[in-house]
Design a protein around this ligand. Structure first.
Ligand code: ATP
Ligand code: MG
Length: 560
């Protein structure tokens, strides 16, 4: 899907809410929920769901619950619950209450008993694998279970004993009695409960039977009196089952509405796969700045505002597509441009000696903190005889169109002086190790009184005042637009980008950055946006490159 399409997509969910308010369908209430399973950290796909659920509730004066959909005890952990709360809060989600599907285990059990009594559910002695095998296909009906017609009494007795722990894992299930020939596979006697002797992160050993997603989700929505239960498109085929349970139970009926999952180029958005990256050590952890997790993006320097603006722009649709990663980066850059103070840093230093500048002298040059924000003020940057510039900003033999420093060429040092290159010193390997220049004292601040022009302005730091820093540069974690596209027998990890992290251990930064605290964000002039990493120490600051300055998105847009 192209972005142009997405921008014009109307928000059908919003329209639905407006209509329901008009017809007073839910008594004027708007109640949504964000229902993560605590089996991993949230990723940018979840940000889309958070933006929708919390955003719509807020827009219409309603409420949004945070609900942990914790019905899979073997995969869920308290660590995940805590990280999810932190990330939702950071994104600006203000929940009305925190709820857990596990709080409803008692009520769900009673409802299961109610369905058994009504002849709508039965205990089946087939294993979950056999149930799956007998389910049939899209073209063939499923097979009825030999246990389908057990008496209500026998079902009640067996279900009670399942709960009491009499049977081993996988030996029995509770199934809804619907229709083994239904064209919708989800209605072919779906499993409601399975036996699992596993400790739950909240209920401990109280239960050894656990409800499935389908049996838990709609009923949880009903208990919380959700009005609009927004979920991703893969649940569209589950909606008839969602409605069936609620109708059979005769309880309050929320409405499920589906929207498209976010997919991003060069990115995987699946907790299971992200967990694999963490477990196998392909990344440093869930918050590795290369991860598409909320905590990874936060560590990298992304702002909640940038993520929210991105979510607002992509909107929602009824068909799945893929969004360009460069669009997300566009919003990050756009937001940081407004809020990030500027600084000068040299990643790959080359010494420059200004031969006619007095030895031992330091001048403090006034530099603008943020040209986009006058209230950010100015700062003083030290200038002296020996400076560092980027190796890339000097060429011994400049190609055509190269206007930066080279022998005989004059350039402007940002906030400093015009300098002209007079010679170079080479090391044993024949590489330029030092550049010699002369400066024009009349050009202080960056302009020549005689009006002569230079074609290039470069950044620099004073060697005597510079602080050494570690800078981590990131590329996409995967080399393919679709990391799931693999050769036969391969795995998505085959598409990992071996160059996704480059560590520069001896970058030089202006001294004012010495006290920067973890999480602070800067624009390093001409290089990009950088955020202070939590690994930073007073003696050695560590920066993550959040995003470069080059706006590939603007180029793509121009081409369209
Ligand atoms: P994953 O496959 O990554 O585990 P999930 O859908 O199983 O994703 P949940 O924890 O169940 O993750 O998701 C909580 C909510 O976030 C759900 O409503 C889900 O539909 C939504 N969500 C998850 N991934 C995306 C995505 N890529 N785009 C939009 N919404 C998403
Ligand atoms: Mg899931």
């Amino acid at each position: 899907m192209t972005i142009a399409n997405q921008a014009t997509t109307s928000n059908f969910i919003r329209d639905k809410i407006i209509e329901d308010l008009k017809t007073n369908r839910y008594g004027g209430r708007v109640q949504t929920r964000f229902p993560p399973e605590p089996n991993g950290y949230l990723h940018v796909g979840h940000a889309k769901s958070i933006h929708l659920n919390f955003g719509l509730a807020k827009e219409f004066g309603g409420q949004c619950n945070l609900r942990f959909d914790d019905t899979n005890p073997t995969k869920e952990e308290t660590e995940y619950v805590e990280s999810i709360m932190e990330d939702v809060r950071w994104l600006g989600g203000e929940w009305a209450g925190v709820y857990y599907a596990s709080d409803y285990f008692g009520q769900l059990y009673e409802w299961a008993v109610q369905l058994i009594k009504a002849g709508k559910a039965y205990v089946c002695d087939l294993s979950p694998e056999q149930v799956r095998e007998q389910r049939g296909t899209l073209t063939e009906p499923g097979k009825e279970s030999p246990y389908r017609n057990r008496s209500v009494e026998e079902n009640l007795d067996l279900f009670e004993r399942m709960k009491a722990g009499e049977f081993p894992d996988g030996s029995r299930t509770l199934r809804a009695k619907i229709d083994m020939a239904s064209p919708n596979l989800n209605l072919r006697d779906p499993i409601m409960y399975r036996i699992l002797h596993a400790r739950h992160h909240r209920t401990g050993d109280a239960w050894c039977i656990y409800p499935t997603y389908d049996f838990a989700h709609g009923q949880s929505d009903s208990i919380e009196r959700i009005t609009h239960s927004i979920c991703t498109l893969e649940f569209e085929d589950h909606r008839p089952l969602y409605d069936w349970y609620i109708e059979q139970l005769g309880i309050y009926h929320p409405q499920q509405i589906e929207f498209d999952r976010l997919n991003l180029t060069y990115t995987l958005l699946s907790k299971r796969k992200l967990l694999q990256l963490v477990r196998e050590g392909h990344v440093r952890g869930w918050d590795d700045p290369r991860m598409p997790t909320i905590c990874g993006m936060r560590r990298r320097g992304y702002t909640p505002e940038a993520l929210r603006n991105f979510c607002a722009r992509i909107g929602v649709s009824k068909t799945n597509g893929t969004t360009e990663l460069s669009l997300l980066e566009y919003f990050v850059r756009d937001d940081l441009n407004r809020r990030a103070p500027r600084a000068m840093a040299v990643l790959k230093p080359l010494r420059v000696v200004i031969d006619n500048y007095p030895e031992g002298q330091t001048e403090w040059m006034e530099a603008v903190n943020n040209p986009e924000d006058a209230s950010a003020g100015t700062r003083q940057v030290p200038f002296s005889r020996v400076l560092y510039i980027e190796q890339d900003d000097f060429r011994q033999d400049p190609p055509k169109q190269y206007f930066r420093l080279s022998p005989g060429r004059e350039v402007r040092l940002r906030y400093g002086y015009f300098i002209t290159c007079t010679g170079v010193v080479k090391n044993d390997r024949g590489e330029v190790s030092e550049v010699h220049c002369r400066y024009d004292p009349a050009t202080r601040g960056g302009n020549a009184p005689d009006g002569r022009k230079v074609k290039s302005t470069i950044h620099w730091v004073s060697a005597a005042h510079a602080i050494e820093a570690e800078v981590r540069l990131y590329e996409t974690l995967f080399t393919r637009e679709d990391p799931n596209e693999v050769e036969e027998g391969g795995d998505f990890t085959d598409n990992l980008n071996p160059n996704s992290l480059e560590v520069i251990s001896e970058a030089k930064i202006e001294p004012g950055l010495a006290a920067a605290a973890a999480g602070e964000r800067f624009q390093f002039e001409r290089l990009g946006y950088f955020a202070v990493d939590p690994d930073t120490t007073p003696g050695k600051p560590v920066f993550n490159r959040t995003v470069g300055l080059k706006d590939t998105w603007a180029k793509i847009e121009k081409r369209q």
